[in-house]
Every structure is written in structure tokens, then in C-alpha cells.
Write a protein that binds this ligand. Structure first.
Ligand code: GLA
Length: 426
């Protein structure tokens, strides 16, 4: 079956219809954000960005297990991915969530109105699958939708919020990705918070991953505060595709920071720029480093959507880079913000928990045959410690040296590449 891929902006004109549109750039810049204090969802989860696997981008809504038994959405797929997460060291680096996406359920509810997994593709049932994960030190995530149907046309949770929350808890589910297709703006605002309450009522810790912000055209700070109040993570951009262009669009959007969403992120609640497409078909080695480095800077959930069973070694090495993961998992949970552009190099900074220290990304979004070399001083990127800083390269795990804020240093960045530095005050 084919599922139409959702675009970012879902502008609902009335309660029953849903139109999708992408706003002009002028809209991005005409919305003025007003800062307000935020209280996050206090369920003790996502104190640092969640990490794991999410099937959507790579495995989509492939339900044809006759033709493609190894790759269809089935318990077999999630078990085999889980096995590799354990055997190949992903789990021990923090990738613990194995997340099922759309198209897992039967096309209708059972006679009591309960959601039920497709019996042919999940013959052992969800409780059995979650036990499989738990016995291996992993967690099981599942997908639902706040509206009447999922984006792929499976049963939605509208009118069943309490029942479905209880079903997920009874199945031992640890994360719910809750989509927003087939709903209205009013219902999104009503039912996303309601599902948060219902999950909480079950007494089971279930990380609540919302898509709410990606369905509202007016992504104001207020909107993000609501997301943070009720959700642990929230999608806020287009579905990622396996392409450099798609990765760059996300980065561009995070640079614009419409509604100052970077300021809302922190322990317990993070913006979600969607899955990692590292190890798939399209990105070059440098482009893969860009996605991983920038997602680390964004304090983004790190959900790999690739076939871990056949992962290229250099893609695996990127995904398993401990230093970059440490930047992503820094307990301060700050999302990077764009600082300046020097020639074609974008400079982004993320404050880390060690006082006065930062991760700095130098991103070269452009193609071309030659690396770009830029020379700068630390004072240019607003660093102020008079004693200077120790600088090291994060990807390569190598020291670069000690610099005072007025000292010049040079960085060479590959085309469509990144250099990630860690800067610690002396
Ligand atoms: C939406 C979501 C995707 C995926 C699909 C499933 O498009 O944004 O991440 O979950 O639905 O149908």
C-alpha cells in the first residue's frame, strides 16, 4: 500500500477538513515570539534526548510479508533489529528504544473496541514483543494517532484515548509516538493534552512523543510551551527524507527558530527534527556526519531509521561516536543556536553542562571541490573567559590546543561537511 507522506504544515480550516500547505518564507519572519516561563511535562522521562530505532523512514508502511518477509512491518523486523542493537553495541551506547511506526495494527478494533496488532504480522502479540525487548535491556515504542485514523489509514485514537492508553500500558509499551492526521486544530489542542493525562493515569512510564507542533502553522512560543507541558518530545518539521536536501531544510528551519523553539527545549522536553537517515541510500560520508553532528547540537532524539542489519561500517562508526553522543546527551539539554556565518560556514553553539564550556559546530552547507578554511577568534563567537580555552575536535577525539579569546585559529570544513569542536575554559 502507499502512504502519502505528510508535509509540515497542516492548516485545518474547519473541524472536519484538513488541508496541507507550506507557508511562504515571509511568514517565518513575521511571527514575533514572546518569551514565557515554561513548566515541562513532569513524568521523569527524556531528561536527555531519547535514543533508539524508528522504522518509518526506512521501512515505511511495507505490510507485504509474503513478498518481503525480512523488511515488512512485523514482529520479525523489530526483533531482528533489536538483536543487532544488542550484538553490535548500539544499546550500550544508549540506543534503547525500538520504535514501531504506523501500519502495525489490524484495520479494525476488536469487539470491545480495543486496538489489536495485525494477527499475521504480530502473531505473538505486543506484550510478548515488549517482553522480548525488556529482557534484552531495550524498550518498546509504538505509534498511534490523535485523530480518527492514522496517517496510513489505520484506526486512530479519537474517542478511545483512555482505552488506548490503558492498552499500551497493558502491553508494556515504553514510548508512544502520537501523530496528528485526521484531526482538526481544535481537536489537536484538546486531545494531545488529554492523551498525556491518560498515559499518566495508567501509572506506567510512557515517553510521550507528539507530532502536535508539526500540525499547526503558527508555531509560536506559546504553542511550543504547550507541547513542552504535555509532551516529552515534539516533531516540528516535515517528514525527513533520505536526501541531503531534506537534511539541509531541517537545519535551515532550526536556524530560523520560528517561535524561538530552541529556547523551550531542555531536560524532559525536546524538539524533534525527525529520524536519522545515516546508513541509508543517499547521504555521503560527510553529509552523514553533518546530520549526526547537527542532531547532537540540536539535543534531538536520535532515532536511527536504517537497516542496522546491513549497516555500512563507516555509517555505524558515525552513529556510535561516543563524543558526539555525549554532546547530544549533555545533561544541560540545551539546543544549539545559530551564531554567525563566516564566508559560507555557519557557526552554531550549544552550551554544555560543565560551566563555561560549549560545543561549536562549523557547518559547510555548500558543495564544491575544495574545503573552506576560515580564521576566527573565540571572542568573535562571544566567548569571554580571559584565561582562554582548551579546544578539541569532537568527531576525531583529538586535542587542537589552548587559545586565548583574541588568538586566531583556523578551521577547514569539507564541502557539505562539518567540524565539531568542544571548548572548555581554562
Ligand atoms: C506521518 C509522520 C511520519 C510517519 C507517518 C506514518 O507522516 O510524520 O513520521 O509516522 O505519518 O504514516
Amino acid at each position: 500500500m502507499s502512504v502519502q507522506r505528510r508535509k509540515l504544515y497542516h492548516c485545518t480550516t474547519n473541524a472536519n477538513s484538513q488541508t496541507k500547505m507550506r507557508p511562504p518564507l515571509s511568514l517565518y519572519i513575521c511571527v514575533v515570539a514572546v518569551f514565557r516561563a515554561t513548566h515541562g511535562l513532569d513524568n521523569g522521562l527524556a531528561l536527555t534526548p531519547p535514543m533508539g530505532f524508528l522504522s518509518w523512514e526506512r521501512f515505511g508502511c511495507n505490510v507485504d510479508c509474503q513478498r518481503d518477509p525480512d523488511n515488512c512491518i512485523s514482529e520479525r523486523l523489530y526483533r531482528s533489529i533489536a538483536d543487532v542493537m544488542v550484538s553490535d553495541g548500539y544499546r550500550d551506547l544508549g540506543y534503547v528504544y525500538v520504535n514501531i511506526d504506523d501500519c502495525w495494527s489490524a484495520k479494525s478494533r476488536d469487539q470491545q473496541g480495543n486496538l489489536q496488532p495485525d494477527p499475521d504480522r504480530f502473531p505473538s502479540g505486543m506484550l510478548n514483543l515488549s517482553s522480548y525487548m525488556h529482557s534484552r535491556g531495550l524498550k518498546l515504542g509504538i505509534y498511534g494517532d490523535v485523530g480518527t485514523e492514522t496517517c496510513g489509514g489505520y484506526p486512530g485514537s479519537q474517542n478511545f484515548l483512555q482505552q488506548d492508553a490503558q492498552t499500551f500500558a497493558d502491553w508494556g509499551i515504553d514510548l508512544l509516538k502520537f501523530d496528528g492526521c485526521h484531526s482538526s486544530r481544535e481537536n489537536l489542542a484538546k486531545y494531545y493534552p488529554e492523551m498525556s493525562r491518560q498515559l499518566n493515569r495508567t501509572g506506567r512510564s510512557i515517553l510521550y512523543s507528539c507530532s502536535w507542533a508539526s500540525y499547526d502553522i503558527l508555531n509560536t512560543q506559546r504553542m511550543y510551551e504547550s507541547n513542552k507541558k504535555y509532551c516529552n518530545t515534539w516533531r516540528n518539521f516535515f517528514d525527513i527524507q533520505d536526501s541531503w536536501r531534506s537534511v539541509l531544510e531541517v537545519i535551515f528551519y532550526y536556524g530560523i527558530d520560528l517561535g524561538n523553539f530552541s529556547g523551550v527545549a531542555g531536560p524532559g522536553g525536546f524538539n524533534d527534527p525527525d529520524q536519522l537517515v545515516i546508513g541509508d541510500f543517499s547521504l555521503s560520508y560527510d553529509q552523514e556526519k553533518v546530520q549526526f553532528g547537527m542532531w547532537a547540537m540540536f539535543a534531538a532524539p536520535l532515532y536511527i531509521s536504517a537497516d542496522l542489519r546491513t549497516m555500512r561500517p563507516e555509517a555505524k562508526a558515525i552513529l556510535q561516536n561516543r563524543n558526539v553522543i555525549a554532546i547530544n546527551q549533555d545533561p544541560r539539554g540545551q539546543q544549539a543556536s545559530f551564531q554567525i556565518k563566516i564566508e559560507n560556514i555557519q557557526v552554531w553553539t550549544k552550551a554544555l553542562s560543565f560551566p563555561g564550556s560549549y560545543a561549536i559546530a562549523f557547518l559547510n552547507p555548500e558543495s564544491g571541490g575544495t574545503p573552506t578554511s576560515v580564521t576566527l577568534t573565540l571572542s568573535q563567537i562571544k566567548l569571554t573567559n580571559q584565561n582562554g580555552y582548551n579546544i578539541s575536535d569532537v568527531f576525531d577525539d583529538t586535542p587542537i590546543g589552548t587559545y586565548k579569546i583574541a588568538d586566531k585559529f583556523s578551521i577547514s570544513v569539507n564541502p557539505e561537511g562539518i567540524v565539531l569542536l568542544k571548548i572548555v575554559p581554562l
